[in-house]
Write a protein that binds this ligand. Structure first.
Ligand code: NAD
Length: 481
């Protein structure tokens, strides 16, 4: 299956005909080719977007909400195919792709459509005047997204961008192009006006850079790694483009001494290893109160050892393949670093599989790994690994837990596990981060702000925050007698 660009409502090759190879990381086999686009392709996409802009933005927001519903319906009708494409591109378990990626991609469109219907006019009365706040579109916006939750994260940007009357030039990760194309197929099937949604595929430094540099693209919404985010900011800021950056994380899972141990262990397991640890929100640093550390660790190891790690197509698989051989080698190099830094690998660290359907030897499979005995300031414990690796650290007091949690350059998310929710709430407010869950993890109300502090990003997505980013407020102040 080849991934072509979608420009002005038509699937096209890159203008110079170049392609990349798309591999299934669970088998090492070729899925198809991907258009390797350049500046000239971005130029075509921007032209298409510009010519669609006026008609699209002149629709009422509620009409655009109806288009989002149609996109959701179209994706829902092809949900199983969506999950299969996501699983083949990423190597993640099909069951996970169905439950999380496919469902959330549909939900993102439905959520923003409903959210639009609940918007109230923004009017501010003065004694002698009335202020009306209008939300104008920004124009053509550039959306750049990573490989870990491909359509989930892309649709999270496309839906509010379209809703607010913008036209879109999107670049999915070059590792996972297939579901962005499924969205475009749906757009075509439902007759979404041509040029409103454009997708250009290819490498970041080629097509991504062309999006950053294009003067007619007035906002960049980027999700990806912190190093890339720094480059994105440096490229876009001198042109005063609006900028939203959702970047890396190294999140703490904090287990207090009064936690329900079974609930906490299961929570830490889910936070640590969902999607093979390849979620920006994953709790890769487990901070556990010293008084329960031994019990907690032995229960955790038992559960980790029971995890089924193998073929994405096997419904019982909990951990599929990592995104690529190169990424697996990077994760392995961090496990090696952990050993060099004085850590003990309590379990995992090998490529051994347990799945019923034997995975291919060419697949990027790595067992979930738990490392103990590291300084919380070590590189292994503070740098983002983005794989199935957690480190365990002990603390004696709430203050010490907060200090350890805050001792990284990142500040995206975290979770606290305790039977005393007041105590947990107090601790949560002292953690330098964008999101803290108490006795849960990745529990999302899409109206709430999502995003990070420090090197985890700039700005927030979700509900009103997304509508704010994808619009320019215009205040009209009318004097009356
Ligand atoms: P990445 O930064 O390598 O790539 C992200 C996107 O940027 C890709 O589409 C890539 O092609 C593009 N890109 C690369 N170089 C570019 C350039 N010079 N100009 C423009 N675009 C460029 O990230 P990744 O490896 O795809 O994803 C993993 C990272 O994403 C992790 O760090 C993870 O924490 C982060 N992430 C963050 C969130 C969040 O919401 N904060 C969500 C998911 C993933």
């Amino acid at each position: 299956m080849n991934a072509l660009n979608f420009i002005n409502g038509v699937f096209v090759d890159a203008t110079d005909g170049q392609t990349l190879t798309n591999l299934n990381p669970a088998t090492g086999q070729t899925i198809g080719t991907i258009a390797r686009s350049k500046d000239s392709d971005v130029e075509e996409a921007v032209k298409a977007a510009a010519s669609a802009q006026e008609a699209w933005s002149s629709l009422d927001m509620l009409e655009r909400a109806t288009w989002l519903d149609r996109l959701a319906d179209g994706l829902e009708a092809r949900k199983e195919e969506l999950a299969h494409r996501e699983s083949r591109d990423t190597g993640k378990p099909l069951a996970l792709a169905r439950r999380v990626d496919a469902q959330r991609s549909i939900d993102n469109f439905r959520f923003f459509a409903d959210f639009a219907r609940n918007q109230e006019p923004e009017v501010f009365e003065m004694r002698d005047a009335t202020n009306f706040v209008h939300r104008n579109p920004v124009g053509t916006v550039g959306l750049i997204t990573p490989w870990n939750l491909p359509l989930y994260l892309l649709s999270w940007k496309v839906a509010p961008a379209l809703l607010m009357g913008n036209t879109v030039v999107a670049k999915p990760s070059e590792l996972t192009p297939l579901t962005a194309n499924l969205m475009c197929e749906v757009a075509s099937e439902i007759g979404l006006p041509s040029g409103v949604l454009n997708v250009v595929h290819g490498y970041g430094p080629e097509v991504g850079q062309a999006i950053l540099d294009h003067p007619s693209i007035r906002a960049i919404s980027f999700t990806g790694g912190t190093a890339t985010g720094r480059h994105v900011a440096a490229s876009a800021a001198p042109m005063f483009k609006k900028l939203s950056l959702e970047l890396g994380g190294k999140n703490a899972t904090i287990i207090l001494d009064d936690a329900d141990l079974d609930v906490a262990v299961n929570g830490a397991l889910r936070a640590g290893f969902t999607n093979g640890g390849q979620v920006c929100l994953c709790g890769s640093r487990i901070l556990v109160h010293a008084s329960i550390a031994e019990k907690f660790t032995s229960k955790l190891i038992q559960l980790v050892d029971e995890m089924i790690c193998g073929s994405p197509e096997d419904e019982s698989t909990q951990i599929g393949a990592l995104i690529s051989q190169e990424h697996m080698e990077k994760v392995e190099s961090y496990i090696q670093l952990g050993i060099e830094e004085g850590g003990n690998v309590l379990t995992g660290g090998t490529r051994e599989m347990t799945g019923q359907v034997g995975p291919s030897p060419e697949g990027a499979f790595l067992r979930p790994t738990v490392i103990d005995g590291l300084q919380h300031t070590s590189r292994t414990a503070t740098e983002e690994i983005f794989g199935p690796v957690v480190t365990i650290h002990r603390f004696e007091s709430d203050e010490e837990a907060i200090e350890i949690a805050n001792s990284t350059e990142y500040g995206l998310a975290g979770s606290i596990w305790s039977n005393d929710t007041d105590r947990a709430h107090k601790i949560a407010q002292k953690i330098q981060t964008g999101i803290v869950w108490v006795n849960t993890w990745l529990h999302r109300d899409l109206r709430t702000p999502f995003g990070g502090v420090k090197n985890s990003g700039l700005g927030r997505e979700g509900g009103a925050w997304s509508l704010g980013f994808f619009s320019e407020p215009l205040n009209v102040c009318i004097k009356h007698d």
